[in-house]
Design a protein around this ligand. Structure first.
Ligand code: TRP
Length: 441
């Protein structure tokens, strides 16, 4: 079985691949704009609190399910328990379709900006001009669809290569370079005149701005950024050796992901204030402020394109985990071969993504609940499907699985951490998520 499905070569390789799934547009595109939109400091504290309590616990649970069952999300719930639980797996696969469809559109933006920053875009740090460039770009259907297509083609090609060759190799050499570049960018942004206002905005909580939406945004961002709640990490866990200790692995992934998000926050938000932009500007925030930062760096014309290329690659390692989940389902449950399954699923996802690619251009006026198509997909996935998946995973591991499986997670030791973890999954996490979902309505 494990030979047929493949297995990760080493603990280090697994951590990098799982971090590769977690670290992506969620950290560098989504986190800064949601933080900016949600008022900064208070959001940050709520976010960190959720990541290290609910997020970490659900991650250990999700990895445990995958490893115990050695299957895709649908097959995992079916073999471990069956019955209605199987639908949790289906919900995860559905979330994979939805998320990747618009994720690829944003991934396309990063590819486009790799070329764009090679040209005259970086001549000025005027956020008015950069903002106009951005809105021209996202409203051009030919470009957004073409780059969305390109992003999907690359994702499909990587997933066709299989688990070890494709994912592990890419993740191994990518993440450290991106990290170093982020640190350099952060230093540049923080030393811009006026940047300090951004730091204050980001770290000093303004509790008066906290409401049900802020709490909801923090929870959704935690699930999205950690790749939780849809079975992506469950699927990765299914390729993980039984010898690995899950809490250690999960702590590594959680910490790496969080440090990249924090770096992005200390880069984008200070830049927003230094260049007099609006922190609540929404999904364009990173794409408008980053070029402004590059334009103020010696060698920015080289730094910019390299950075966007690496960001595209980080987005690809996340996209790969999304597609891999859906493909693993087709391979395990429908006995499909990897290549045709990858191609078929990838094509379907591309088509679902087309309305998102048009949603800021020709279809910008088509709105449902006040949201365009891309925002609606993001809301459906991040604010509903992922938290529901999280509740289901918590309750499943907390109440439905065998004692033997629970013992495997902490090596049978009844440590304080093991007890706290189980208690989180049994009561705190489901209750908190349900409460947040209900107050959001
Ligand atoms: N976590 C990734 C990011 O931050 C996106 C992602 C990959 C994801 N796989 C996922 C989100 C599974 C939710 C579920 O960019």
């Amino acid at each position: 079985m494990s030979k047929h499905r493949g297995e990760f070569g080493s603990r280090f390789g697994f951590i990098l691949a799982a971090a590769g799934s977690a670290i992506g547009l969620g950290n560098i595109w989504r986190f800064p704009y949601v933080a900016g939109d949600s008022g900064g400091g208070a959001f940050l504290i709520l976010y960190l609190g959720m990541v290290f309590t609910i997020g970490f616990s659900v991650m250990v649970g999700e990895l445990a399910i995958g490893r115990a069952a050695r299957r895709n999300p649908v097959g995992a719930f079916a073999t471990l328990k069956g019955g209605a639980w199987t639908y949790v797996g289906y919900m995860g696969v559905l979330a994979g379709f939805v998320i990747l469809s618009y994720y690829s559109v944003i991934g396309g933006w990063t590819l486009a900006y790799t070329w764009a920053t090679l040209g005259p875009l970086l001549d000025s740090s005027d956020t008015g001009k950069l903002g106009a460039y951005f809105s021209d770009f996202i409203s051009d259907p030919t470009q957004t669809i073409a780059y969305h297509a390109l992003f999907m083609v690359i994702t499909i090609a990587i997933v066709m290569g299989g688990i070890e060759k494709g994912i592990e190799r890419a993740a191994k050499f990518l993440m450290p370079v991106l990290f170093v570049m982020l640190v350099a960018l952060c230093i540049r942004a923080l030393t811009l005149p006026g940047a300090w206002a951004g730091v204050e905005f980001f770290v000093i909580p303004d509790w008066s701005r906290v409401n049900a939406d802020t709490v909801n945004a923090a929870l959704s961002q935690a699930f999205f950024s950690l790749s939780l709640g849809m079975g992506a990490l469950l699927t990765y866990g299914s390729y993980l050796s039984r010898r690995e200790r899950l809490p250690g692995v999960a702590m590594w992934v959680t910490s790496l992901d969080t440090s990249i998000a924090l770096l992005a926050g200390f880069l984008i938000l200070p830049a927003v204030f230094a260049f007099g932009y609006d922190p609540a500007a929404g999904p364009g925030l990173t794409f408008v402020t980053l070029p402004a930062v590059f334009s103020k760096m010696p060698g920015g014309g080289l730094f910019g394109p390299v950075f966007f290329a690496l960001l595209s690659l980080a987005a690809l390692t996340s996209a790969v985990s999304l597609l891999e989940t859906v493909v693993a389902y087709a391979i395990d449950e429908k006995s499909a071969a990897r290549k045709p399954a990858t191609l078929a699923m990838g094509l379907v996802i591309f088509f679902i993504g087309v309305p998102s690619a048009l949603s800021m251009g020709p279809w910008a006026d088509i709105k449902l609940f006040g949201k365009n198509f891309l925002d609606l997909m993001d809301y459906l996935a991040s604010n509903l499907l992922l938290p529901f998946g999280g509740i289901a995973i918590a309750i499943f591991v907390g109440w439905a699985v065998s004692q033997k499986m629970l013992d495997e997670v902490f090596g049978g030791r009844q440590t304080l951490l093991a007890k706290a973890w189980l208690w989180m999954l049994r009561t705190v996490a489901p209750a908190a998520i349900i409460w947040i979902l209900i107050s959001g309505l």
